[in-house]
Ligand binder design. Structure first.
Ligand SMILES: [Mg+2]
Length: 181
């Protein structure tokens, strides 16, 4: 993308909060017109989300309580990268841990940026096929319910607003738009 330079340049910054997996940063930046402003943003390690399809056309979803919204959401299996962990390893690990499934066939679909205004978070979307049930082993403090729905029903849930989670909307519609099934 060419055009005029829109870059905002770092002048100084501080970490204003360091949590278990996110940090909050506040930087002073120089804007393209020479003026200065503050940018507050969340640093995130990155994550993966998995569209896991059964041979019969169902897709694996999860119901989880998401505390910031004080309610349950239907979403794709997903998880954060461990330090130095490649995305593919995270995808295999999270699918097994959260749902108990392993997959014979893996395809990287896309990288999405769900929160560009205030976080550097990137989520890789992966497709998993050839599913085989093993045994889930949830992390301590992780509670979720796994469900398998017909893919078209999951897409209908995006349309009617029962699915609103960003990575889940993106993953389901990516597969619907670009994949021959
Ligand atoms: Mg998760």
């Amino acid at each position: 993308m060419k055009g005029k330079d829109l870059t905002e340049r770092f002048l100084s910054g501080e970490e204003i909060y360091a949590g278990k997996f996110i940090t909050v940063q506040r930087d002073l930046v120089r804007l393209p017109d020479g003026s200065e402003t503050a940018r507050e943003y969340v640093r995130h390690p990155g994550a993966v989300a998995i569209v896991a399809l059964f041979d019969d056309g169902r897709v694996l979803l999860e119901r989880q309580h998401r505390y910031p919204h004080r309610r349950d959401f239907i979403e794709l299996p997903a998880g954060k990268l461990e330090p130095e962990e490649p995305h593919f390893e995270t995808a295999k690990r999270e699918l097994l841990e959260e749902t108990g499934y392993v997959a014979r066939e893996w395809t990287r679909l896309a990288l999405i940026h769900p929160t560009i205004a205030y976080s550097d978070e990137g989520i890789e979307l992966w497709l998993a096929r050839g599913l085989e049930l093993r045994e889930a082993k949830l992390d301590a403090g992780e509670f979720l319910e796994v469900l398998a729905l017909p893919f078209d029903e999951a897409v209908a849930m995006v349309r009617d607003g029962r699915i609103t989670d960003g990575k889940t909307v993106a993953g389901l519609l990516w597969v619907k738009a670009f994949l021959q099934r």
